[in-house]
Design a protein. Structure first.
Length: 307
C-alpha cells in the first residue's frame, strides 16, 4: 500500500517580543568619585613616601582601580536618560539625574532626551471627505516615553515620528469635510468648525501610529487650513453666496414681522380701514422699503389708489 508523503511546511517563527524599558542597576556617583579620588591620592602618597623603592605593583593597582572607577562616572541632566548596553545586550535605562556611576568596562552609555519636542509638519495638500483639495498643516508636541522601544524597535525614531505624523495628518484630514455644504449634515464635524474634535482624532491617530516607537503625543493642533489655490476662488464665491442668502433670509423674516405688526397696530387702533387691495399695496411698499439694499425714493400720490 503506497502512501503519499505530505510535505512539511516550515513553522512560522514567532515574532520577537518588543524590547521594553527596564531600570538599570546604577549607583550614586559621589561615592564612586570619592573612592576613586581616594585611591589615586593614596597611590600618589605611596609613590612619594616610597620613592627610593622599585616599582610597586600595589601602587599601579591602586592607580588603575581609581581610574577605572572614575571612568564609570557620568553627569545626567533633568529629563534625560542613559541607555546602557553591554556587548550589544540591553542592560537597562537610568532616568535619575545628577552624578551617576555604572560598571565602566565595556558598558556603552547612550544619552537620550526625555524633554517635550515640537514637530512642525509641513503644509500638505490632501483631499477632504468631499474630495476637495485642501492645504493643511499641524504642530505636534511629543516626547519619548519608552527609551528601549525608541532606540531598538525603530531605526531612527525622530524620522519615524516625522513620517508617521505626516501620514496621520493626511488620514485624519480625509475623514472630515472642510466646511458645511448642501450634501453634508449640519451637525457633522468639519475641519473648519470642529477644531477640538479634529485635534482629538489627530492625537488618537498619532498615538496609535507612534506607539511602536515608544513615543507619546501630548498635543496636536492645526497651524494652517485653507482650500487649495485651484479652487480657492470658487469656494470663496460659494461662501459669499451662502452669506448673502443667509443675510437675505434674516432681512425678509424681519421685514415680514414688521409688516405684520404694522397691519395689526393699524387694525387694533382703528386708525384707518384698509380693504384687501390696500393692504396688499401697503405690504408691497413696506417690503420694498425694508428689503431693498438701496435707499428708496418716495412717490407722492395725489389721487386715490383706484384713480
Amino acid at each position: 500500500m503506497s502512501t503519499t508523503a505530505v510535505p512539511k511546511t516550515p513553522l512560522s517563527r514567532a515574532a520577537a517580543p518588543a524590547t521594553m524599558e527596564r531600570r538599570a542597576g546604577t549607583a550614586n556617583g559621589y561615592a564612586a568619585l570619592l573612592i576613586g579620588l581616594g585611591l589615586l591620592a593614596y597611590a600618589v602618597w605611596r609613590v612619594v613616601a616610597f620613592r627610593h623603592d622599585a616599582v610597586d605593583l600595589t601602587q599601579l593597582t591602586l592607580i588603575l582601580v581609581g581610574l577605572i572607577l572614575l571612568s564609570g562616572l557620568y553627569i545626567q541632566q533633568p529629563n534625560e536618560a542613559r541607555l546602557l548596553t553591554l556587548f550589544g545586550r540591553y542592560v537597562g535605562t537610568d532616568r535619575i539625574s545628577g552624578l551617576r556611576w555604572t560598571v565602566p568596562l565595556f558598558m556603552a552609555k547612550r544619552r537620550l532626551s526625555l524633554r517635550a519636542r515640537n514637530l512642525d509638519a509641513p503644509t500638505l495638500k490632501v483631499n477632504d471627505k468631499r474630495g476637495n483639495p485642501v492645504e493643511i498643516g499641524a504642530a505636534v508636541v511629543w516626547r519619548v516615553q519608552d527609551t528601549a522601544r525608541a532606540v531598538f524597535e525603530v531605526d531612527d525614531f525622530e524620522q519615524y515620528v516625522s513620517i508617521q505624523a505626516e501620514a496621520a495628518i493626511r488620514h485624519v484630514a480625509s475623514q472630515f469635510a472642510y466646511d458645511e455644504g448642501d450634501d453634508i449634515d449640519s451637525k457633522e464635524i468639519t475641519l473648519r468648525a470642529g477644531a477640538d474634535e479634529v485635534m482629538a482624532a489627530m492625537i488618537a491617530e498619532l498615538q496609535t501610529r507612534l506607539q511602536p516607537a515608544g513615543v507619546s503625543v501630548e498635543t496636536a493642533m492645526l497651524t494652517h487650513l485653507a482650500y487649495a489655490p485651484e479652487i480657492a476662488q470658487v469656494m470663496l464665491r460659494r461662501q459669499q453666496a451662502e452669506a448673502i442668502i443667509s443675510a437675505r433670509k434674516k432681512i425678509v423674516h424681519g421685514a415680514v414681522s414688521m409688516v405684520e405688526e404694522a397691519l395689526k397696530g393699524l387694525s387694533e387702533r382703528e386708525i384707518v380701514q384698509l380693504d384687501d387691495e390696500r393692504k396688499a399695496a401697503m405690504v408691497s411698499n413696506l417690503l420694498v422699503v425694508l428689503c431693498s439694499d438701496k435707499d428708496t425714493q418716495p412717490i407722492i400720490n395725489a389721487g386715490t389708489l383706484y384713480n
